[in-house]
Design a protein around this ligand. Structure first.
Ligand code: 13P
Length: 253
């Protein structure tokens, strides 16, 4: 269901103590804040997911998810984490397709399709990330790149499957660079994404998908980006590691 969401991707940051401190601080910041059906999520590194989830200081409005999973159900894959390991500790949501995984761990659209299928089969909700690189935008190929990423990894899914998909458009050039997309650039791409989903499925379904924007979202630009009609919230990196900034972004939603 289409909902407003602010999600913090902690990436490979914070040890256990720092993770527990951060969730405690965010909880305190939003203590008297009624989310009213809007969602707040944090995604710690695997090793700290369980600690953060079970922290007695966690405001239970804050959902806790994982940043990745392996496509196989189980087996000889040293160092990997399966979907059922996540669901068994109470995880409901997993990020897949982040540009850092595509870039540094060579995750392809074909692999991501497998990962999405495994996640859905295990009842997980997916925050699916995608977005173009700077040269692709400069050469005017950004719409084609995004369409291809979505088609290859997600367009085999049924309409029912899509109830468990949250999209996160993250232009690679805006991640961690401080160079955010303008609200109009974000809106333009989000509207395009909704249009291709409508063309492949239906307008009704396209209007039910939450599409988040990610890439240098900060307290001072969040409200304007989130104010665009097709932007349903944000996937936040750097600013999600500071409780005051993350809380300000939550309030901007
Ligand atoms: P920054 O907010 O640090 O640009 O990171 C965005 C991101 O990659 C979230 O997944």
């Amino acid at each position: 269901m289409r909902t407003k969401i602010v999600a913090g991707n902690w990436k490979m940051n914070l040890n256990r103590d720092q993770s527990l401190q951060l969730v405690t601080d965010i909880s305190a910041e939003i203590q008297n804040y009624n989310l009213n059906g809007k969602r707040v999520m944090v995604f710690p590194p695997f090793i700290n997911v369980g600690y953060v989830m079970d922290s007695g200081n966690r405001n239970y409005q804050i959902e806790v998810g994982a940043q990745n999973l392996h496509q196989a159900e189980s087996g000889a894959y040293t160092g990997e984490i399966s979907a059922s390991m996540l669901t068994n500790i109470g995880v409901n949501t997993v990020i897949l397709g982040h540009s850092e995984r595509r870039e540094y761990f060579h995750e392809t659209d074909e692999l991501l399709k497998e990962k999405v299928d495994t996640a859905l089969k295990n009842g997980l909700e997916v925050v699916f990330c995608f977005g173009e690189k700077l040269d692709e935008r400069h050469s005017g190929n950004h719409f084609t790149v995004v369409e291809t990423q979505l088609k290859k990894a997600l367009f085999h899914l049924s309409s029912a499957n899509w109830e468990k998909i949250i999209l996160a458009y993250e232009p690679v050039w805006a991640i961690g660079t401080g160079m955010t997309a303008t609200p109009d650039q974000a809106q333009e791409m989000h509207a395009f994404i909704r249009k291709i989903i409508a063309n492949h499925y239906s307008e009704n379904m396209a209007n039910k998908v939450s599409i988040l924007y990610g890439g240098s979202v900060k307290p001072d630009n969040a409200a304007e980006i989130f104010g665009k009609p097709d932007v349903d919230g944000g996937l936040i990196g750097g600013a999600s590691l500071k409780s005051a900034d993350f809380a300000a972004i939550i309030k901007a939603m």
